[in-house]
Ligand binder design. Sequence first.
Ligand code: C5P
Length: 247
Amino acid sequence: MKDKKLSLRDRLIVSLDKNKKSDVVNMCRKISGKVSTLKLGLELIYGVGLEVIDTVKSFGYKVMLDAKLFDIPNTVKSAAEAIGGLGVSAVTIHTLGGRQMLEQAREILEKQSESRAKFRPLLFGVTILTSLDDKDLKALGFRGDFMYSVLNLAGVAIDAGTDGIICSPNEVEAIRKKFGTGFYIATPGIRLPEDAAGDQKRINTPEEAMSRGADFLIVGRSITTREDVGGTIDLYLEKIERTLGHA
Ligand code: C5P
């Protein structure tokens, strides 16, 4: 659950969507400690291996492992147990795996940190991927619009005791209205007005995400494809600070 005051550096999580170690090292240098946490996902897990976590940590960053766990509860529980030993600060899980899967992951992470007296990675439940829109969900057989599904999935994740939810900036307000503020919300699908959407469909600006109640922005290409990575991070941090100051 939400328990500590976030600094400005905590609020922007930069997503390293690379598959080579040298690119990660370059990006860690370019980011030069301007944010606390970097997100590593499937490309790096399969492209480089889990050793990349230590590489990123050696630069002083915390790691959000975007593992997107999604399997039967027993399998996810074992995977979460292994992840609990990796020294990451957060891990993601698909809420579509259901309540039992989410609960078992959270319980094993908790148990493990108690037995080792160590910090437990925060567990973030991914609702509906920000690359999917109503048409995609309909084709998959979902009932109602994406908001209906996102709210249901967020409810399941919160009941199961996850620490936070991952959703698009466009759903933050409805989630806060229905479920309150006792959990974190992290939003990918963030773009500056001049950015291309790419494969993302439910996008919005940093200002909109923060003013609607997001705690963290997860930003990849809008920062990492820029010539001036450090300057773009400064711009993002200014926007977050300004929005929260006015929220
Ligand atoms: O480049 P961009 O900012 O679109 O990257 C967003 C990152 O957030 C990607 O690493 C993607 O895997 C991740 N993500 C997402 N939608 C979710 C959960 C995670 O885009 N629902």
